[in-house]
Design a protein around this ligand. Structure first.
Ligand code: SF4
Length: 436
């Protein structure tokens, strides 16, 4: 039997990119290649990139250049770049980075790989993913692209307009994940709340179908555009224990003037009403949001409004980005941009306010008993320290629960009594296994 050729795969960026990357790995394996964790021994290296903002692009360029060193110091014969950076910048970058042999597009990468590597045609039915990351928690991408026109965002330019995946194809993949032991299924898209608006269905109908067709213990939805969080969706979340009471809803700002300039909806008062509605209907709701500081035109008065709003809303989780001007977006041309140092100071102020809010919310959970899913463990069997998450915490972006002297394994869902809390994380001890 001929020896398998080795390829290395480096994934950068968000959860959507993770899923795309897993499809690329699976495709390479179907073509007879074997994944290796060692870039030095791989003859083919693929870097799957992000290009959302400047820091992501810088990371992409650095990682591509780092991997290109294995052409001299390792076995690498071919270096490929996939993902958002490749899609958007391949023309310019191919001149400045001759080390890269192939730039893959987001829409036609299968054919491009097939042509470049002379693969025999691989069945288009082979929709599998090579699952990476946590054993019992996996992402399920339900749509691609975005049709909103947020003034600062380059995603629609890179990923195109919003397209829902056909419902049956999402369900098939959900069942495929369930058969591989997945217990927490996380629905992702650039805007999950718009699912089905282009195809006569809806996110509510999709979740109902996933609930009926699978036995995932936890279903989590990420990336809800606030203007499309409907009462129907809230009722579904409130009435179904298998859906995590988690609202990942980027708001970006609170001031009406800035929201208008950002071309985002809804305005400030409707956002307040929405937050109140979520907390009334879904009583244990955890709301995560993100804000941008330093958007063109943001004055101290606008920022003070945002500070007041954050204090009022007491979000469970919050991320803050400083504004990054992206060529091709509407706000790239906007004047009156605050200095980057001002944007940074404002973001640090918000983070400090949120740190105190988060610490106070978590400390109120001391002594409560809550279900957690175990992500990883270390130490001797029976006396391990496990890292777990609650239904109110998504992987990578939110806090964790450290479970001391834990007898359960990664993937188990157990009950934990919270014994200590810090700003963003908690510690607890195992009470009982909910499932094994
Ligand atoms: S909704 Fe999100 S992905 Fe879509 S344009 Fe706005 S910020 Fe970008």
């Amino acid at each position: 039997m001929s020896e398998k050729r080795l390829f290395h795969f480096l994934n950068l960026g968000c959860s959507k990119n993770v899923v795309d990357g897993e499809s690329i790995i699976a495709f390479m394996e179907l073509a007879g290649w074997q994944l290796t964790q060692s870039p030095a021994s791989a003859s083919f290296i693929i870097v799957n990139t992000c290009a959302f903002i400047e820091t992501a692009r810088t990371e992409a360029v650095n990682e591509i250049l780092e991997m290109s060193l294995f052409k001299n110091n390792g076995q690498c014969r071919t270096l490929a770049v996939a993902g958002c950076f490749s899609q958007r910048y391949c023309k310019d970058a191919s001149r400045s980075m001759p080390e890269v042999d192939i730039w893959l597009s987001l829409t036609n990468w299968k054919q491009e790989l097939t042509d470049y590597l002379n693969f025999a045609q691989i069945s288009s039915k082979s929709e599998t993913r090579h699952l990476t990351g946590l054993a019992a928690t996996q992402y399920l991408k339900i749509a691609e692209g975005c049709s909103h026109k947020c003034a600062f965002c380059a995603i629609p330019l890179i990923r195109g307009s919003f397209r829902s995946r056909p419902i049956q194809s999402v369900i098939d993949e959900a069942k495929w994940l369930e058969n591989r032991g997945v217990r927490e299924c996380i629905l992702v898209a650039q805007d999950s709340s718009c699912y089905g608006r282009d195809s006569g269905t809806s996110l509510v109908k999709l979740i109902e179908k996933i609930l009926a067709s699978t036995s995932f213990e936890w279903i989590r939805v990420m990336y809800l555009y606030p203007a499309f969080v409907s009462n129907e969706l809230l009722s579904l979340f409130a009435g179904e224990k298998r859906i995590c009471p988690y609202f990942d809803m980027p708001l970006q700002h609170s001031s009406d003037e800035i929201l208008t300039a950002m071309r985002r909806r809804p305005g400030h008062m409707d956002t307040r009403k929405l937050i109140e509605r979520i907390r009334t209907v879904v009583t244990d709701a955890a709301i995560r949001t993100t804000f941008i500081t330093g958007f063109p035109g943001e004055t101290e008065k606008h920022f003070a409004h945002l500070v007041e709003f954050v204090k009022w809303a007491r979000f469970d989780k919050m991320g803050v980005f400083t504004y990054s001007p992206e060529k091709g977006t509407a706000s790239y041309e906007f004047s009156k941009r605050p200095k980057p140092s001002t944007a940074l100071r404002r973001s640090e102020t918000l983070i400090e306010i949120q740190r105190e809010i988060s610490a106070s919310i978590l400390s109120s959970r001391k002594n409560s008993i809550i279900p957690v899913i175990i992500d990883s463990s270390a130490g001797k069997a029976g006396k391990q320290t496990c890292i777990a998450r609650t239904r109110r915490d998504a992987p990578e972006v939110d806090g964790t629960v450290k479970v001391l002297q834990c007898k359960s394994r990664p993937g188990n869902i157990i009950r934990v009594r919270i014994t200590a809390t810090s700003d963003y994380d908690m510690t607890g001890r195992e009470e009982t296994a909910l499932t094994t």
